[in-house]
Design a protein around this ligand. Sequence first.
Ligand code: AMP
Ligand code: MG
Length: 343
Amino acid sequence: MKRVILICLAAILSFCSCGANFEYAREDFFTMSTYATLVADGAEKSDIDMVKETLLAIEKKFSATNENSLVYRYNNGKRDILDDECMYVINAANKVACDTDGAFDYTLGSLVRLWNINGENPSVPDKNALDEALLHTGYKKVVIDSGVSLEDEGIMLDFGGIVKGYAGDAAVVRLKKAGISDCMLSIGGNITMLGTSQSNKIKGQTGWTVAITNPYDKQNVLGYITTTDCTVSVSGDYERYFVQNGEVYHHIFDSKTGYPAQTDLRSVAVICDDGIYADALSTALFVMGKDAALDFYAKGLYDFEAVFCTKDGKVLTTDGIKDLFIPEKTAAYINGKNIEFTK
Ligand code: AMP
Ligand code: MG
Protein backbone atom coordinates (compact mmCIF):
# COMPACT_ATOMS: atom_id res chain seq x y z
CA MET A 1 0.00 0.00 0.00
CA LYS A 2 2.81 2.30 1.00
CA ARG A 3 4.49 1.50 -2.32
CA VAL A 4 1.30 2.32 -4.24
CA ILE A 5 0.99 5.67 -2.48
CA LEU A 6 4.62 6.44 -3.26
CA ILE A 7 4.12 5.55 -6.91
CA CYS A 8 0.98 7.74 -7.06
CA LEU A 9 2.85 10.59 -5.45
CA ALA A 10 5.71 10.22 -7.93
CA ALA A 11 3.20 10.25 -10.78
CA ILE A 12 1.58 13.44 -9.50
CA LEU A 13 4.95 15.13 -9.07
CA SER A 14 6.15 14.18 -12.52
CA PHE A 15 2.86 15.36 -13.98
CA CYS A 16 3.34 18.70 -12.22
CA SER A 17 6.87 19.02 -13.47
CA CYS A 18 5.58 18.79 -17.03
CA GLY A 19 2.69 21.11 -16.25
CA ALA A 20 2.03 24.65 -17.35
CA ASN A 21 4.45 26.39 -15.00
CA PHE A 22 7.38 24.04 -15.14
CA GLU A 23 8.43 23.52 -18.74
CA TYR A 24 10.36 26.74 -18.96
CA ALA A 25 13.88 27.02 -17.75
CA ARG A 26 14.21 30.26 -15.81
CA GLU A 27 17.45 31.81 -14.69
CA ASP A 28 18.00 35.11 -12.86
CA PHE A 29 21.53 36.46 -12.86
CA PHE A 30 23.62 39.61 -12.69
CA THR A 31 25.37 40.72 -15.85
CA MET A 32 26.44 43.95 -17.59
CA SER A 33 26.04 45.82 -14.25
CA THR A 34 22.34 44.94 -14.04
CA TYR A 35 19.89 42.14 -13.33
CA ALA A 36 18.95 39.75 -16.10
CA THR A 37 16.30 37.07 -16.44
CA LEU A 38 16.15 34.36 -19.06
CA VAL A 39 12.98 32.35 -19.59
CA ALA A 40 13.33 29.76 -22.33
CA ASP A 41 11.15 26.83 -23.33
CA GLY A 42 13.14 23.61 -23.50
CA ALA A 43 16.48 25.23 -22.64
CA GLU A 44 19.10 23.05 -21.02
CA LYS A 45 21.87 24.12 -18.68
CA SER A 46 24.26 24.36 -21.63
CA ASP A 47 21.90 26.86 -23.35
CA ILE A 48 21.68 28.97 -20.20
CA ASP A 49 25.48 28.88 -19.84
CA MET A 50 25.84 29.88 -23.48
CA VAL A 51 23.63 32.95 -22.89
CA LYS A 52 25.64 33.94 -19.82
CA GLU A 53 28.93 33.49 -21.68
CA THR A 54 27.66 35.54 -24.62
CA LEU A 55 26.68 38.41 -22.33
CA LEU A 56 29.92 38.21 -20.36
CA ALA A 57 31.98 38.33 -23.56
CA ILE A 58 30.05 41.41 -24.74
CA GLU A 59 30.48 43.08 -21.36
CA LYS A 60 34.21 42.32 -21.41
CA LYS A 61 34.53 43.93 -24.81
CA PHE A 62 32.28 46.99 -24.45
CA SER A 63 32.54 47.92 -20.77
CA ALA A 64 33.70 51.49 -20.24
CA THR A 65 34.96 50.65 -16.74
CA ASN A 66 36.57 47.20 -16.99
CA GLU A 67 40.28 47.96 -17.46
CA ASN A 68 40.74 44.93 -19.70
CA SER A 69 37.90 45.70 -22.08
CA LEU A 70 38.62 46.63 -25.63
CA VAL A 71 36.65 49.86 -25.33
CA TYR A 72 38.40 50.83 -22.06
CA ARG A 73 41.80 50.24 -23.66
CA TYR A 74 40.75 52.18 -26.74
CA ASN A 75 39.58 55.07 -24.56
CA ASN A 76 42.87 55.09 -22.72
CA GLY A 77 45.05 55.54 -25.75
CA LYS A 78 45.67 51.91 -26.69
CA ARG A 79 44.05 52.14 -30.06
CA ASP A 80 43.68 48.38 -30.38
CA ILE A 81 42.09 47.23 -33.54
CA LEU A 82 38.34 47.33 -33.09
CA ASP A 83 37.05 43.97 -34.29
CA ASP A 84 34.02 43.28 -36.52
CA GLU A 85 31.64 43.11 -33.56
CA CYS A 86 32.82 46.53 -32.34
CA MET A 87 32.48 47.94 -35.83
CA TYR A 88 28.91 46.61 -36.05
CA VAL A 89 27.95 48.35 -32.80
CA ILE A 90 29.83 51.56 -33.68
CA ASN A 91 28.19 51.75 -37.10
CA ALA A 92 24.72 51.34 -35.57
CA ALA A 93 25.54 53.88 -32.82
CA ASN A 94 26.86 56.35 -35.37
CA LYS A 95 23.81 55.93 -37.58
CA VAL A 96 21.45 56.74 -34.70
CA ALA A 97 23.69 59.63 -33.60
CA CYS A 98 23.52 61.16 -37.11
CA ASP A 99 19.79 60.52 -37.51
CA THR A 100 18.93 62.01 -34.11
CA ASP A 101 21.29 64.98 -34.44
CA GLY A 102 23.27 63.79 -31.41
CA ALA A 103 20.37 63.15 -29.05
CA PHE A 104 21.98 59.73 -28.99
CA ASP A 105 25.72 60.25 -28.77
CA TYR A 106 28.15 57.37 -28.11
CA THR A 107 31.06 59.76 -27.47
CA LEU A 108 29.91 60.96 -24.03
CA GLY A 109 32.42 58.76 -22.17
CA SER A 110 34.21 61.68 -20.50
CA LEU A 111 30.89 63.05 -19.20
CA VAL A 112 29.65 59.65 -18.02
CA ARG A 113 32.93 59.16 -16.15
CA LEU A 114 32.85 62.63 -14.60
CA TRP A 115 29.27 62.37 -13.35
CA ASN A 116 29.96 58.80 -12.16
CA ILE A 117 26.28 58.29 -11.42
CA ASN A 118 26.76 54.56 -10.76
CA GLY A 119 29.63 55.20 -8.35
CA GLU A 120 29.53 55.81 -4.60
CA ASN A 121 28.25 59.23 -3.47
CA PRO A 122 27.91 60.93 -6.84
CA SER A 123 27.53 64.72 -6.86
CA VAL A 124 27.17 67.51 -9.43
CA PRO A 125 30.62 68.05 -10.97
CA ASP A 126 32.51 71.31 -10.90
CA LYS A 127 31.50 73.56 -13.85
CA ASN A 128 35.06 73.83 -15.23
CA ALA A 129 35.50 70.07 -15.15
CA LEU A 130 32.15 69.72 -16.92
CA ASP A 131 33.12 72.19 -19.64
CA GLU A 132 36.43 70.37 -20.14
CA ALA A 133 34.68 66.98 -20.38
CA LEU A 134 32.09 68.36 -22.78
CA LEU A 135 34.87 69.69 -25.02
CA HIS A 136 35.96 66.11 -25.66
CA THR A 137 32.63 64.77 -26.87
CA GLY A 138 30.85 64.78 -30.21
CA TYR A 139 30.11 62.00 -32.70
CA LYS A 140 31.00 64.35 -35.56
CA LYS A 141 34.65 64.07 -34.49
CA VAL A 142 34.65 60.32 -35.14
CA VAL A 143 35.68 59.21 -38.63
CA ILE A 144 34.43 55.76 -39.55
CA ASP A 145 35.58 53.84 -42.62
CA SER A 146 37.00 50.33 -42.39
CA GLY A 147 38.18 51.34 -38.92
CA VAL A 148 37.71 54.28 -36.59
CA SER A 149 39.81 57.39 -36.11
CA LEU A 150 39.23 60.33 -33.83
CA GLU A 151 39.69 64.00 -34.70
CA ASP A 152 40.02 64.67 -30.97
CA GLU A 153 42.29 62.27 -29.10
CA GLY A 154 40.45 63.09 -25.84
CA ILE A 155 37.18 61.51 -26.98
CA MET A 156 35.97 58.52 -24.98
CA LEU A 157 33.48 56.10 -26.42
CA ASP A 158 30.56 54.91 -24.29
CA PHE A 159 28.15 52.26 -25.50
CA GLY A 160 26.04 52.10 -22.33
CA GLY A 161 23.01 53.34 -24.26
CA ILE A 162 23.08 50.66 -26.96
CA VAL A 163 25.00 47.57 -25.87
CA LYS A 164 22.29 45.88 -23.79
CA GLY A 165 19.98 45.90 -26.79
CA TYR A 166 22.76 44.48 -28.94
CA ALA A 167 23.49 41.82 -26.32
CA GLY A 168 19.83 40.77 -26.17
CA ASP A 169 19.81 40.28 -29.93
CA ALA A 170 23.11 38.36 -29.92
CA ALA A 171 22.03 35.96 -27.16
CA VAL A 172 18.57 35.29 -28.57
CA VAL A 173 19.96 34.63 -32.06
CA ARG A 174 22.21 31.98 -30.51
CA LEU A 175 19.32 30.42 -28.60
CA LYS A 176 17.37 30.24 -31.84
CA LYS A 177 20.29 28.52 -33.55
CA ALA A 178 20.35 26.04 -30.65
CA GLY A 179 16.74 25.12 -31.46
CA ILE A 180 14.91 27.26 -28.89
CA SER A 181 11.81 28.82 -30.40
CA ASP A 182 10.15 30.45 -27.35
CA CYS A 183 12.26 32.59 -25.05
CA MET A 184 12.50 35.96 -23.35
CA LEU A 185 15.71 37.62 -22.18
CA SER A 186 15.50 40.69 -20.00
CA ILE A 187 18.71 42.68 -19.40
CA GLY A 188 17.99 45.74 -17.28
CA GLY A 189 15.39 47.72 -19.18
CA ASN A 190 15.75 45.66 -22.38
CA ILE A 191 13.53 42.68 -23.11
CA THR A 192 14.17 40.60 -26.22
CA MET A 193 11.56 38.01 -27.17
CA LEU A 194 11.12 35.08 -29.49
CA GLY A 195 7.97 33.01 -30.02
CA THR A 196 5.28 32.77 -27.35
CA SER A 197 5.21 32.48 -23.57
CA GLN A 198 3.57 29.44 -22.10
CA SER A 199 0.85 31.41 -20.35
CA ASN A 200 -0.10 33.07 -23.63
CA LYS A 201 -0.05 29.71 -25.44
CA ILE A 202 -2.58 28.45 -22.91
CA LYS A 203 -4.75 31.51 -23.61
CA GLY A 204 -4.40 30.92 -27.35
CA GLN A 205 -2.44 34.15 -27.79
CA THR A 206 0.84 34.70 -29.59
CA GLY A 207 3.79 36.51 -28.04
CA TRP A 208 5.03 37.60 -24.64
CA THR A 209 3.27 40.07 -22.40
CA VAL A 210 5.64 42.79 -21.30
CA ALA A 211 4.81 45.14 -18.44
CA ILE A 212 5.99 48.76 -18.67
CA THR A 213 7.14 50.02 -15.26
CA ASN A 214 5.35 53.00 -13.77
CA PRO A 215 8.11 55.59 -13.17
CA TYR A 216 5.97 57.17 -10.42
CA ASP A 217 5.85 53.86 -8.56
CA LYS A 218 8.40 51.25 -9.65
CA GLN A 219 6.48 48.42 -7.96
CA ASN A 220 3.62 49.04 -10.34
CA VAL A 221 3.11 49.19 -14.07
CA LEU A 222 1.68 51.63 -16.58
CA GLY A 223 0.36 48.89 -18.80
CA TYR A 224 1.12 45.86 -20.92
CA ILE A 225 2.08 45.03 -24.49
CA THR A 226 1.82 41.57 -25.97
CA THR A 227 4.32 41.24 -28.77
CA THR A 228 7.12 39.02 -30.06
CA ASP A 229 10.26 38.67 -32.20
CA CYS A 230 11.38 42.11 -31.13
CA THR A 231 12.89 44.06 -28.24
CA VAL A 232 11.18 46.41 -25.82
CA SER A 233 13.72 48.86 -24.45
CA VAL A 234 12.97 51.39 -21.73
CA SER A 235 14.93 54.54 -20.86
CA GLY A 236 13.88 56.65 -17.89
CA ASP A 237 14.95 58.97 -15.10
CA TYR A 238 13.95 56.60 -12.30
CA GLU A 239 16.55 53.79 -12.34
CA ARG A 240 19.96 55.42 -12.06
CA TYR A 241 20.05 58.82 -10.43
CA PHE A 242 21.00 60.79 -7.34
CA VAL A 243 19.33 63.71 -5.61
CA GLN A 244 21.21 66.87 -4.63
CA ASN A 245 19.48 69.89 -3.07
CA GLY A 246 16.13 68.42 -4.04
CA GLU A 247 17.14 68.09 -7.73
CA VAL A 248 17.16 64.72 -9.47
CA TYR A 249 20.26 64.01 -11.60
CA HIS A 250 19.78 60.93 -13.78
CA HIS A 251 22.12 59.01 -16.08
CA ILE A 252 20.98 60.11 -19.55
CA PHE A 253 22.86 63.18 -20.70
CA ASP A 254 22.14 65.98 -23.12
CA SER A 255 25.20 66.12 -25.38
CA LYS A 256 24.62 69.85 -25.88
CA THR A 257 24.77 70.83 -22.19
CA GLY A 258 26.67 68.03 -20.45
CA TYR A 259 23.88 67.81 -17.83
CA PRO A 260 21.24 65.12 -17.44
CA ALA A 261 18.68 65.72 -20.19
CA GLN A 262 16.00 68.18 -19.07
CA THR A 263 13.00 66.65 -20.66
CA ASP A 264 9.24 66.53 -20.23
CA LEU A 265 9.45 62.73 -20.09
CA ARG A 266 9.87 60.30 -17.25
CA SER A 267 10.28 57.29 -19.49
CA VAL A 268 10.15 56.02 -23.06
CA ALA A 269 9.63 52.41 -24.09
CA VAL A 270 10.62 51.63 -27.66
CA ILE A 271 9.47 48.49 -29.45
CA CYS A 272 11.62 47.55 -32.45
CA ASP A 273 12.56 44.34 -34.28
CA ASP A 274 16.26 45.09 -33.75
CA GLY A 275 17.31 45.25 -30.11
CA ILE A 276 20.29 47.41 -30.92
CA TYR A 277 18.03 50.12 -32.38
CA ALA A 278 15.36 49.70 -29.69
CA ASP A 279 18.01 50.49 -27.08
CA ALA A 280 19.65 53.41 -28.90
CA LEU A 281 16.31 54.95 -29.86
CA SER A 282 14.85 54.77 -26.34
CA THR A 283 17.84 56.75 -25.08
CA ALA A 284 17.57 59.24 -27.97
CA LEU A 285 13.80 59.80 -27.65
CA PHE A 286 14.12 60.35 -23.92
CA VAL A 287 16.67 63.12 -24.57
CA MET A 288 14.51 64.69 -27.31
CA GLY A 289 11.39 65.01 -25.21
CA LYS A 290 7.84 64.20 -26.25
CA ASP A 291 7.19 66.55 -29.18
CA ALA A 292 10.54 66.07 -30.91
CA ALA A 293 10.26 62.31 -30.33
CA LEU A 294 6.82 62.23 -31.99
CA ASP A 295 8.17 64.30 -34.91
CA PHE A 296 11.04 61.83 -35.22
CA TYR A 297 8.55 58.93 -35.26
CA ALA A 298 6.53 60.67 -37.97
CA LYS A 299 9.64 60.97 -40.18
CA GLY A 300 9.62 57.17 -40.47
CA LEU A 301 13.41 56.72 -40.54
CA TYR A 302 13.10 53.64 -38.31
CA ASP A 303 10.38 51.05 -37.96
CA PHE A 304 9.49 51.30 -34.27
CA GLU A 305 6.69 52.10 -31.85
CA ALA A 306 6.86 53.83 -28.47
CA VAL A 307 5.06 54.39 -25.18
CA PHE A 308 5.81 57.68 -23.43
CA CYS A 309 5.21 58.62 -19.81
CA THR A 310 5.38 62.39 -19.30
CA LYS A 311 6.28 64.49 -16.28
CA ASP A 312 2.75 65.86 -16.21
CA GLY A 313 1.37 62.37 -15.72
CA LYS A 314 0.28 61.40 -19.23
CA VAL A 315 0.87 58.08 -20.95
CA LEU A 316 0.72 58.16 -24.71
CA THR A 317 1.51 55.75 -27.48
CA THR A 318 2.54 56.02 -31.11
CA ASP A 319 -0.14 55.21 -33.68
CA GLY A 320 1.06 51.72 -34.57
CA ILE A 321 0.78 50.43 -31.02
CA LYS A 322 -2.27 52.20 -29.65
CA ASP A 323 -4.45 49.10 -29.80
CA LEU A 324 -1.74 46.79 -28.47
CA PHE A 325 -1.00 48.78 -25.32
CA ILE A 326 -3.32 47.79 -22.47
CA PRO A 327 -3.25 50.43 -19.71
CA GLU A 328 -3.15 49.30 -16.10
CA LYS A 329 -6.17 51.12 -14.74
CA THR A 330 -4.88 51.29 -11.17
CA ALA A 331 -1.85 53.23 -12.44
CA ALA A 332 -4.17 56.18 -12.94
CA TYR A 333 -4.26 57.06 -9.25
CA ILE A 334 -0.80 56.15 -8.05
CA ASN A 335 1.04 58.66 -5.86
CA GLY A 336 -1.80 61.12 -6.13
CA LYS A 337 -0.83 61.69 -9.76
CA ASN A 338 -3.75 61.68 -12.08
CA ILE A 339 -2.23 59.69 -14.92
CA GLU A 340 -4.09 60.20 -18.14
CA PHE A 341 -3.91 57.60 -20.89
CA THR A 342 -3.98 59.12 -24.35
CA LYS A 343 -4.32 57.16 -27.56
P1 AMP B 1 19.82 53.81 -21.49
O1 AMP B 1 19.55 53.36 -20.11
O2 AMP B 1 19.77 52.75 -22.53
O3 AMP B 1 19.00 54.99 -21.89
O4 AMP B 1 21.35 54.27 -21.55
C1 AMP B 1 21.91 55.12 -20.61
C2 AMP B 1 23.41 54.95 -20.67
O5 AMP B 1 23.89 55.39 -21.96
C3 AMP B 1 24.14 55.82 -19.66
O6 AMP B 1 24.40 55.10 -18.47
C4 AMP B 1 25.42 56.18 -20.39
O7 AMP B 1 26.36 55.13 -20.31
C5 AMP B 1 24.97 56.29 -21.83
N1 AMP B 1 24.42 57.61 -22.22
C6 AMP B 1 24.03 58.64 -21.42
N2 AMP B 1 23.51 59.64 -22.15
C7 AMP B 1 23.59 59.24 -23.46
C8 AMP B 1 23.22 59.85 -24.70
N3 AMP B 1 22.66 61.05 -24.78
N4 AMP B 1 23.46 59.13 -25.83
C9 AMP B 1 24.02 57.90 -25.78
N5 AMP B 1 24.37 57.28 -24.65
C10 AMP B 1 24.16 57.93 -23.49
MG1 MG C 1 19.35 52.81 -24.56
